[in-house]
Ligand binder design. Structure first.
Ligand code: ZN
Length: 70
């Protein structure tokens, strides 16, 4: 007999909100972005960039924010 047992994905006691780099997809250690990461809010959605990507993207990020607020 084929019994459909759809088990919900268990992601642990903490809320499932994996923080990953929006550019390279590197998962944040411990699930929370370290202070070296850059948080950019675009269209109400938070985007995190790791240390390396933040350096490469900092100008683009700031440029976007600036142009968005103009
Ligand atoms: Zn990255």
């Amino acid at each position: 007999m084929a019994s459909k047992t759809h088990e919900p994905v268990q992601l642990g006691p903490e809320p499932a909100e994996p923080v990953t780099c929006a550019r390279c997809g590197t998962p944040a250690p411990g699930g929370t972005p370290p202070p070296t990461w850059t948080c950019s809010v675009e269209n109400g959605r938070r985007q995190y960039f790791c240390d390396a990507c933040a350096r490469a993207n900092i100008r683009a990020i700031e440029g976007r924010l600036d142009s968005a607020w103009w």
